[in-house]
Design a protein around this ligand. Sequence first.
Ligand SMILES: *[C@@H]1O[C@H](CO)[C@@H](O)[C@H](O)[C@H]1NC(C)=O
Ligand SMILES: *[C@@H]1O[C@H](CO)[C@@H](O)[C@H](O)[C@H]1NC(C)=O
Ligand SMILES: *[C@@H]1O[C@H](CO)[C@@H](O)[C@H](O)[C@H]1NC(C)=O
Ligand SMILES: *[C@@H]1O[C@H](CO)[C@@H](O)[C@H](O)[C@H]1NC(C)=O
Ligand SMILES: *[C@@H]1O[C@H](CO)[C@@H](O)[C@H](O)[C@H]1NC(C)=O
Ligand SMILES: *[C@@H]1O[C@H](CO)[C@@H](O)[C@H](O)[C@H]1NC(C)=O
Ligand SMILES: *[C@@H]1O[C@H](CO)[C@@H](O)[C@H](O)[C@H]1NC(C)=O
Ligand SMILES: *[C@@H]1O[C@H](CO)[C@@H](O)[C@H](O)[C@H]1NC(C)=O
Ligand SMILES: *[C@@H]1O[C@H](CO)[C@@H](O)[C@H](O)[C@H]1NC(C)=O
Ligand SMILES: *[C@@H]1O[C@H](CO)[C@@H](O)[C@H](O)[C@H]1NC(C)=O
Ligand SMILES: *[C@@H]1O[C@H](CO)[C@@H](O)[C@H](O)[C@H]1NC(C)=O
Ligand SMILES: [Cu+2]
Length: 764
Amino acid sequence: MPATATRLNRLLALSFFMYGVLAVPWLERSALKRVAKPRVSRRTNESASSSSTDACATSIVAPKQNVWNSLTDDETASVTQWLFNQRDLNLTKASEAGDWDNTLLLVELMYPNKTDVLRYMDRNDTEPVRFAHVVIAHRSSPDPYYGDLIVGPLPVQNGTTTWNYLEYPYTRKTKGQVRNLDADEHALVEWLYSITASIEDITLALWNGTALGLQNDTISLSGISPYWQNDDRIVGWYTLTNLPTGEYDSATLLPLGLCFKADLTGRDPSKWKLEGWWYNNIFYHNTHEFRAAFKSPGFVRLGANVDGTWTSTGQQEPVLPHDTPLPPVHTALGGSRYSVDETQKYVTWMDFSFYLGFSRDTGLTLYDIRFKGERIIYELGLQEALSHYAGIDPATSGTAYLDSFSGMGANTFELLKGYDCPAYATYLNSSLYFEETSATYLQNICMFEFDADFPIQRHTNTMFASSTKNIYFTVRSISTVGNYDYLISYSFYMDGSITVEVRASGYIHAAYYADNKDFGYHIHDFLSGAMHDHVINFKADFDIRGQDNTVQFVSTVPVTRSFAWSGDKEVNTMMLQRSFLENEDSARFNWSPNQATQVLVLNTDKPNQFGEYPGYRITPYSGSAHLTMQKSSDLVDSATWAGYDIQVTRQHDTEPRSAHPYNLEDVYNPPINFDDFFDGENLTQADLVVWFNLGMHHVPQTGDLPNTLFTQARSGVQFVPSNFLSSDPSRQIVQQERVNYTAGYNASMMQPLGPDSHTCPLAF
Ligand SMILES: *[C@@H]1O[C@H](CO)[C@@H](O)[C@H](O)[C@H]1NC(C)=O
Ligand SMILES: *[C@@H]1O[C@H](CO)[C@@H](O)[C@H](O)[C@H]1NC(C)=O
Ligand SMILES: *[C@@H]1O[C@H](CO)[C@@H](O)[C@H](O)[C@H]1NC(C)=O
Ligand SMILES: *[C@@H]1O[C@H](CO)[C@@H](O)[C@H](O)[C@H]1NC(C)=O
Ligand SMILES: *[C@@H]1O[C@H](CO)[C@@H](O)[C@H](O)[C@H]1NC(C)=O
Ligand SMILES: *[C@@H]1O[C@H](CO)[C@@H](O)[C@H](O)[C@H]1NC(C)=O
Ligand SMILES: *[C@@H]1O[C@H](CO)[C@@H](O)[C@H](O)[C@H]1NC(C)=O
Ligand SMILES: *[C@@H]1O[C@H](CO)[C@@H](O)[C@H](O)[C@H]1NC(C)=O
Ligand SMILES: *[C@@H]1O[C@H](CO)[C@@H](O)[C@H](O)[C@H]1NC(C)=O
Ligand SMILES: *[C@@H]1O[C@H](CO)[C@@H](O)[C@H](O)[C@H]1NC(C)=O
Ligand SMILES: *[C@@H]1O[C@H](CO)[C@@H](O)[C@H](O)[C@H]1NC(C)=O
Ligand SMILES: [Cu+2]
């Protein structure tokens, strides 16, 4: 994830969404442009495009209210108005706010507690009372903080509605507040330009460019994330980067190899200090030292990374043979095969059903996933996305993005029909708070059926051949957080399995190539494809035949043993070894080498007729990874979920999420430290939550230029029914063929499935 001014740009990117447009030219050149750019992106209702209604989905009425559905525009408006009337919050409108004003960053639905939801869903109790989750940026004092508030009950009524700091999801109990290291964004931008202006002679001499905060700047800055936070000091590193000259968003490919260190402790810019320069792997303690070296005869001038064709994502010559005619296009000729309640965001496809929720931090979450009418997963959704870099330069080494800070939901933009999802897909809108109003993110969720390029089943013998279509159903969104695009798909299959996949594309965040072969490949003139780990955490709250579940491990192990029939002879063979996960002390583990161990979530109270336990197996699907470093110096305790492939805890309403968007503001004392979830609780027949990581060790190579590709950067997990039903449910599929060879009939006589008069509208 990341952006030019990484830390800073992200901050500015965030500013664009949360505080409004700042009148700083540099922002327009870099940060702002990158955020505003997501081309078709976040349109408001005025510029709404054509309607998304389609013939592929039948509309239905959800059996229950979607208790996870976003606040209505009216709810958002009334909560906002009410908050502005609370004098103790002392809020200023985003468009008028400066660094020392309090602002309202977020108003969204407070997701209800599972305990209350189940009472409503399963026991016909009344709908849980709705509350709003609110985030304020308190900046009007020397100790600025972000405040998480719970406001309600809704609808707002003077007298009964109250606000409180939201304490319960925090693993440290500090009143729902996190210190805010980003309060002085305007002052910081100004201060940073004063530093780059102080070496204008050098930037002109080295690169014929300036970073002065003017329209004609050709150089920008990128900062680390998180800040160094040791010894009560807040220290940042900034790296100079060429700005793209063309229309491509390639600033993260253009580092110039010069970094500076800044002590930014406190809110008084006059006390902020430049602490040195880093160039050509030499550290200069101050500008004077750096300039003296620069003027000395032996000074080595490094080359610059400059954009060009190599950074452009446009079509490049020559055209490949036969690439001009329209490629095969998927269509949905059979008409409606699934149903959607667009208002309630409730979906049914074949024997699956679920509700959708959408939030600023985490984007899409699926709730109450049922298969054949039975709940199998209460909640399935992304928690946090980490990109952790390493490098010889301080900026790359100091970069570990946690993307819920920018918002995996807030950066989920309009999908391109026929490219991001099939043209015939059903597209849904989302509502998100933006500067005191509710903004509609158009068509940022898609769902569609797809025919895999292989059958789900087939068999041939001398008598007949049979084959069954492999149709699956996908719900998808794409979050573009700075330079990277994460494509996130939840897919459902006819055999009862579910997959979760993440793919990444977009511009890599590269490093200056300076003798750093150990930290990445040399991929362009002066460019290192900075190595980094992607780790993306998901929550899967399984409920198999009820809430009381157990994790079982079934391992395939080598053995040497004798049998009743083997006499003296020992046989080298293999066998199964079964064990249960008993408590949280041993509940953090990795996929086994050689995939030897099955990990199953099952219900031991409900064995089948053969004495086996019904459940779902969890298995890596297309690559996975956890964080390489054991205890990251950058992250400290802020992403302790990243160290294992899979972790299991006992469900608690007070532990709804593994991460907090502001964990990087206080890495030694983050609001949510996932380590604290592990307190030795009994996991035998308890309500279990499985937290799993998708990810990859990304070592960009020349093929990552100009962009990383979804084909290569991907990771997934699959949930597979295990002894759950008495046989394979895909046998119910009508879309199968059997050819009898004996009846004088052979496979060539079969008519391929052809077009039909029912067609979904095609849009190209
Ligand atoms: C857009 O939203 C605004 C504010 O909610 C409303 O006043 C306006 O009528 C809407 N415009 C359209 C075209 O729906
Ligand atoms: C999405 O918003 C557009 C524009 O307001 C509207 O035409 C369309 O019907 C909405 N789609 C859904 C599924 O609500
Ligand atoms: C309210 O905020 C303003 C800045 O927006 C500040 O000047 C003022 O002191 C604050 N008032 C209180 C009571 O904190
Ligand atoms: C959820 O449960 C916690 C802990 O019991 C409670 O403090 C909180 O108010 C509940 N949240 C909602 C939205 O009801
Ligand atoms: C809940 O209400 C529905 C419809 O009224 C009924 O069919 C069902 O049996 C009820 N369930 C319980 C647990 O009371
Ligand atoms: C609540 O009170 C405020 C000011 O006292 C007023 O502006 C607002 O309209 C009232 N809201 C409701 C829902 O009564
Ligand atoms: C330096 O930059 C200026 C302004 O962008 C340009 O006019 C000039 O030609 C450049 N000089 C060199 C030597 O590239
Ligand atoms: C950039 O703009 C400033 C202010 O408009 C001007 O003084 C300066 O000469 C310009 N620099 C270049 C290289 O064009
Ligand atoms: C764990 O819980 C199970 C089910 O409630 C119980 O049978 C078992 O004795 C408990 N184990 C321990 C060590 O307390
Ligand atoms: C093939 O044989 C099976 C079993 O006898 C029969 O049910 C089926 O209808 C036959 N299919 C065709 C295409 O003749
Ligand atoms: C299969 O049927 C086709 C079409 O009737 C025929 O041309 C072909 O000879 C048959 N093949 C065999 C092996 O019987
Ligand atoms: Cu990557």
